[in-house]
Design a binder for this molecule. Structure first.
Ligand code: F0G
Length: 465
């Protein structure tokens, strides 16, 4: 479709439907209370529009479902692996293709094979599991995001870029010998789904080359990144998203990919790289916990569906619809007076709860309050990225505050239609209209690590001391 239409016409029609269950506000209030006001504790059955994540939640195409039937379930040397390997090699150019059950397994194997205590790994922004896998090796995970990336409201084309000067300074201070690899996350999920330019990747590549440090991509959303490059980077408008993605990978020495995102799969990941010695170590670790190197914890049918997904995901009609949908949802939020990270990312809209609810201090969890209200109002589930996720409890004072108070509304791929998104916009507007009366929360019980998944909360009332 050309760009002159206002309706976002999904570039697919529906063959199999999954009913939504419309709950009442009273039912949702009861479900949320049982869940300890933690949206992770809800049964999916009690959610109307689930925007918790874009990971593993995609709808597969007819060609993917057909490919499932071709799955060769041989333990070793299956044809499905051969097909998967060819597709990943064509896309990335990397020699060694190691399938894993999801992205974090690829990360675990890569860092276990390359990284030791005292090392420093640099990233634009480490995704949580990437950071955890670096830290698990006793190494430091350091984020070197460009300055624009920290300014939520600033409109700039490539707010996911890595700060190249800071990278130089880090290598000078730490020494290349203690830096097993540099990683760039495309798009930068933890920084609002913001893209990285080819120019930035080339500059990072040049620094890495000068110091002999390998460059890896965390390429979970490589296709969305390539689309933003095509839209925004001078000189790229005439290239296809596939060509741009191929160049992104060829600027690196290897990659980890969660194929639950731009692989259009419900499960799966891959580690791909050129260095034969590192690949050998990684394959040995793979056999230990994931499986034989030609299936890596996946069924042959999964490999088939993923190979097909990787071919589909750079389709221009799909990417235009995808990115426009996120932008459209952001426009609905702005129209309702709710600020978001700007520009909107490729896979999600990040609502700024601190701006909407200035009367709720960080330790009373404004982003969690907003996430709960969206659920109570209309059964929309997002995820808090604020003090519940990143703040630290303190024994004798309020929790330390996270840098931002955000609610991420992530869009599953090819699942919801424009009318679903309109509905989410209406829910946001109704909540925003009564923002002044929304109150905060307190934590009643929490585990020591990653508390946002299992903490139990309680709404604050006028009587709460
Ligand atoms: N890297 C990035 C940038 C991610 O966003 C994720 C997952 C991973 C790695 C890990 O991949 O889940 O397959 O093990 N992100 C999901 C999310 C969970 O909701 O953003 P995985």
């Amino acid at each position: 479709m050309d760009g002159t239409w206002n309706t976002i016409v999904e570039p697919f029609r529906v063959k199999s439907v999954e009913p939504l269950r419309f709950t009442t506000r009273a039912e949702r209030a009861a479900a949320l209370e049982v869940a300890g006001w933690n949206l992770f504790g809800l049964a999916a059955h009690d959610v109307i529009i689930d925007l918790l994540t874009d990971s593993g939640t995609a709808a597969m195409s007819t060609d993917q479902w057909a490919a499932l039937m071709r799955g060769d379930e041989s333990y070793a040397g299956s044809e499905s692996f051969a097909r998967f390997e060819t597709v990943v090699r064509d896309l990335t150019g990397f020699t060694h293709v190691i399938p894993t059950h999801q992205g974090r397994a690829a990360e675990r194997i890569l860092f276990q094979a390359t990284t030791s205590a005292g090392d420093v790994v640099v990233n634009n922004t480490h995704f949580d599991t990437t950071r955890a896998n670096v830290e698990f090796q006793g190494a430091e995970a350091r984020d070197l995001l460009c300055a624009e990336g920290d300014d939520l409201q600033l409109v700039a084309p490539f707010k996911g870029n890595l700060d190249v000067d800071a990278l130089e300074a880090t290598i000078a201070a730490v020494g290349a010998g203690r830096m097993p690899l540099v990683m760039v996350t495309v798009t930068n999920n933890s920084g609002g789904g913001q893209p990285v330019s080819l120019a930035n990747l080339r500059a990072v590549r040049a620094v890495c080359d000068r110091h002999g440090v390998p460059l890896f991509l965390d390429a979970a959303r490589f296709a969305e990144n390539a689309w933003f490059v095509r839209l925004r980077e001078p000189g790229q408008a005439d290239r296809t998203a596939r060509e741009i993605a191929e160049e992104m990978f060829r600027l690196a020495d290897g990659c980890t990919i969660s194929l639950k995102k731009d692989g259009l799969g419900n499960i799966g990941g891959v580690l791909a790289l050129d260095d034969g010695d590192v690949a050998e170590r990684c394959r040995n670790l793979l056999i230990l916990t994931e499986g034989f190197p030609t299936y890596g914890g996946l069924a042959g049918r999964d490999l088939e569906a993923l190979a097909q997904g990787l071919l589909e995901v750079t389709d221009h009609d799909y990417l235009a619809y995808r990115v426009r949908t996120a932008e459209y949802l952001a426009e609905l939020a702005w129209a309702a007076g709710v600020p978001t990270i700007r520009p909107p990312g490729g896979h999600a809209v990040y609502l700024d709860a601190a701006a909407l609810l200035p009367h709720i201090p960080a330790h009373e969890l404004p982003a969690q309050a907003l996430a709960c209200e969206l659920y109570l109002e209309g059964g929309v589930r997002g995820v808090e990225i604020g003090t519940l996720m990143f703040g630290r409890p303190s024994p004798d004072g309020p929790d330390s505050a996270a840098p931002h108070e955000l609610v991420r509304l992530a869009l599953p791929r090819r699942v919801y239609t424009q009318s679903h998104v309109d509905y989410v916009g209406e829910v946001i507007a109704r909540v925003a209209a009564r923002a002044d009366s929304i109150r905060g929360y307190r934590v009643v019980s929490q585990p020591e690590w990653l508390r946002h998944f299992t903490a139990r909360l309680e709404p604050l009332t006028e009587e709460t001391p």
